[in-house]
Design a protein around this ligand. Structure first.
Ligand code: ZN
Length: 125
């Protein structure tokens, strides 16, 4: 962990923030759908990262303009973390509560993160 306190803003930004209609874009992303780009065309996911506060960021490239955009993925709610913990305790597959089809969470250091949305949901059991 780097020293110092991090606010919600990512330390580094590689793309233009997608704020307008972000909720609909997120829903489409969780379902694996095509995301329309503000410049026309579609947004192709390039990379997913987990922020220090447990939220995710997805970097996209617009298929029409080659501009890069970033979509912020809200961090896990208390209910989502509880669902992940319950699955761990029941020895069931530990999957992302948001992404469809279900994605198995991956171990990243001392955390469990979704490889698709980048959100941190708990700790490996
Ligand atoms: Zn996910």
């Amino acid at each position: 962990m780097p020293s110092g306190w991090h606010t919600q803003d990512p330390a580094s930004s590689e793309g233009l923030p997608l704020k307008k209609g972000a909720k609909a874009l997120l829903e489409a992303y969780y379902r694996g759908g095509h995301l329309p780009s503000p410049m026309g065309g579609f947004l192709d996911p390039l990379r997913v990262r987990t922020e220090s506060d447990g939220s995710g960021t997805v970097l996209f490239e617009c298929s029409a303009s080659s501009l890069r955009y970033e979509l912020r993925v809200p961090k896990a709610s208390r209910d989502e973390k509880a669902a992940v913990k319950a699955a761990q305790e029941a020895d069931e597959p530990v999957v992302c509560p948001r992404c469809e089809p279900a994605r198995r969470l991956r171990r990243a250091g001392t955390h469990l993160v979704c490889p698709r949305c980048g959100v941190r949901y708990g700790k490996p059991s």
